[in-house]
Design a binder for this molecule. Structure first.
Ligand code: ADP
Ligand code: ZN
Length: 611
């Protein structure tokens, strides 16, 4: 297994980047972090998903002497990373409970003989005193703590074993530590520093913007059909994730998509564990599968070519939304975040806020988070500044490619209709739901209304000038702004909140977003690259070649090459080894193993499809 990597002391970070990973430039703050850690410094690294965190410890691992120990919370994640690294010729291994004894013994032997550069390990295994002892006897290059937010007791990924990782400092005071996460909020950052790093560790915080993700938020009308349309128009044959709230919904929607010709699988915590693992493995390995899941599907989904993340229900918080949508487009190619929501969603969220049993301080924070989420959904402005502001980052100007930038929503003066609606809620006794209140405004003559004598109210029929959909839109936006709130008895009623008083008294105006009926987005070509659209045969042939190699080796296709590398092949049409080596993502090992196969594929294509 000895190869170029054994000559550690003489290699530079830039050389490793090029020779092993096949990239010519560092991205963002990678170079700074890598230099700092190679020099023995401790670091906290915050980068969005897809930002390139792994290289921040993988390159120091190859440059510093000794083995780098990488703490990772999920076995599936470790396995994937080790597979990908070995493909690149890196001496990486994992130690976890799922391994056969034989393989474990082999890894332990390689550790003793210094033949491993990166050891991936679950926290509980690292904490096991046996292993600590063994590590104490060998040269350790660094400790990397991946998904470091798992140390936060407030987050939903909390892992109690992460709290004990502080012992690393006691046992290995001179070994640098690097903690990495894509979770942006301030509080989690502080917890990570407190628990996992020395007080003088350097922080490397990157922008959390994900420029390749296009955000689109729409009104929920017929959610399934809207979803299907979106997939057919813009992501046919591509991988994506659809998030739903209930377990039952994930199964129903997956079934329904299958009957409509979109291959889909369901994933939720209630599925039997082998089936769940099977679905996850299929999603990672196959191309063009849609995973319909609850939020149980998430951490460690390292698949780089997820082209869209769709939400059929509102996520819990804006942080959760950002993490979930962040799983799209890790490879840096165009991807989409798509969400539909309606009055019911807003009602439910408001109700959760009201019912929270938390203490006052906590409740205030929850309230703040909730407003942020609703604000993001309802905004008429560019989505990006709204989103980034929530993570303490400012974004100047407009992104130009979110839904609001591309078709700016119109607003209208809704003060008068809003007053009519609020007064109708008041007159009907502040305990009826939106449908009934709107019936009264529209002057509907039905049994429910007669029984309650609501046809005799002064607000009966005063809203005939506007359509039902408009009244629903006004109701939703008043609820989102907190002028209306759920009736706490839990029967779906609405009541006034004090916040609406100035509006009722005419002391302020109200401008609302004009809801347009759900529009179809422009159909787009897959992978959105002009070159692929121009050379569909080349693209298909390269993908088929990748598929064959992946099947032979029993790895996911992206482990052979990412889409970005295939795209570069289409664009650059390499015809010899030297040109092939210059493609992004082609390091020495992959050049040796795969260049010939792909060069043959390109050479075999008739000239016409290459133009
Ligand atoms: P993260 O762990 O932050 O989500 P990864 O480390 O998985 O991100 O990197 C995301 C993608 O970016 C991967 O496909 C990786 O190969 C690629 N990448 C990372 N660094 C670079 C770089 N310097 N140049 C080109 N691509 C890079
Ligand atoms: Zn925008």
């Amino acid at each position: 297994m000895h190869d170029a990597m054994s000559s550690k002391p003489s290699v530079s970070a830039g050389h490793v980047l090029e020779a092993v990973f096949g990239y010519s430039h560092f991205r963002g703050r990678q170079a700074e972090v890598i230099e700092h850690v190679i020099g023995g410094g401790d670091a906290l690294v915050l980068m969005p998903t897809g930002g390139g965190k792994s290289l921040c410890y993988q390159i120091p691992a190859l440059v510093r002497s000794g083995v780098a120990v990488v703490v990772s919370p999920l076995i599936a994640l470790m396995t994937d990373q080790v597979t990908a690294l070995r493909q690149q010729g890196v001496r990486a291994a994992a130690l976890n409970s799922s391994l056969p004894t034989e393989e474990r013994a082999e890894t332990e032997h390689a550790l003793r003989t210094g033949d491993i550069d990166l050891l991936y390990i679950a926290p509980e295994r690292l904490l096991n005193s046996d292993l600590m002892q063994r590590l104490a006897g060998i040269d350790v290059a660094l400790f990397a703590i991946d998904e470091a937010h798992c140390v936060s007791q407030w987050g939903h990924d909390f892992r109690p074993e992460y709290l004990q990782l502080g012992v690393i400092a006691e046992r290995f005071p001179d070994v640098p530590r690097i903690a990495l996460t894509a979770t942006a909020d301030q509080r989690t950052r502080e917890e990570i520093r407190d628990r996992l790093l020395p007080s003088d560790a350097a922080s490397f915080v990157s922008s959390f913007d994900r420029p390749n993700i296009r955000y689109q938020v729409g009104l929920k009308e017929r959610p399934r059909e809207q979803l299907l349309q979106f997939i057919r128009d813009r992501h046919a044959g591509e991988s994506g994730i659809v998030y739903c709230m209930s377990r039952r919904a994930t199964e129903q929607i997956a079934d329904w998509l299958n009957t409509r010709g979109v291959p889909a699988l369901a994933y939720h915590a209630g599925l039997e564990s082998t089936l769940r693992a099977h679905h996850q493995a299929r999603f990672l390995r196959e191309e063009g599968l849609v995973m319909v899941a609850t939020v149980a599907f998430g951490m460690g989904i390292d698949k780089p070519d997820v082209r869209f993340v769709a939400h059929l229900d509102l996520p819990k918080t804006l942080e959760a939304y950002y993490q979930e949508t962040g799983r799209a487009g890790r490879d840096g190619l165009p991807a989409e975040a798509w969400l539909v929501y309606g009055l019911q969603d807003i009602y439910r969220i408001r109700q959760m806020g009201a019912e929270s049993q938390a203490g006052e301080g906590h409740k205030r924070r929850e309230q703040h988070r909730l407003e942020a989420l609703l604000g993001f959904c309802e905004t008429s402005e560019c989505r990006r500044p709204t989103l980034l502001a929530h993570f303490g980052e400012s974004y100047a100007g407009h992104c130009g490619h979110c839904d609001n930038c591309q078709s700016p929503p119109r607003t209208w003066d809704a003060a008068d209709p809003a007053r009519r609606l609020l007064s109708c809620v008041y007159r009907t006794g502040q305990r009826f739901g939106a449908a009934h209140v709107i019936d009264v405004l529209l002057g509907q003559d039905n049994e429910r209304i007669r029984q309650r004598g609501h046809h005799r109210l002064s607000t009966f029929g005063i809203g005939k000038d506007l359509a039902r959909a408009t009244w629903q839109s006004v109701t939703r936006q008043l609820l989102a702004r907190g002028y209306l709130e759920p009736d706490p008895d839990g029967h779906g009623g609405l009541r006034l909140n004090d916040a609406c008083r100035p509006l009722l008294r005419g002391e302020c105006g109200l401008s609302l977003r004009e809801d347009l009926p759900a529009r179809r987005s422009e159909p787009r070509t897959r992978v959105a690259a002009a070159d692929v659209a121009m050379a569909p045969d080349t693209w298909a042939a390269l993908r088929a070649q990748r598929r064959r190699l992946a099947d032979t080796e029993g790895v996911p296709p992206y482990v052979i090459f990412h889409d970005a590398t295939l795209l570069a092949m289409v664009e650059q049409q390499p015809s010899n080894l030297e040109e092939f080596a210059a493609l992004p993502g082609v390091g020495a090992r992959k050049l040796e193993r795969y260049a010939e196969a792909f060069l043959d594929t390109l050479a075999a294509l008739p000239d016409s499809s290459m133009r």
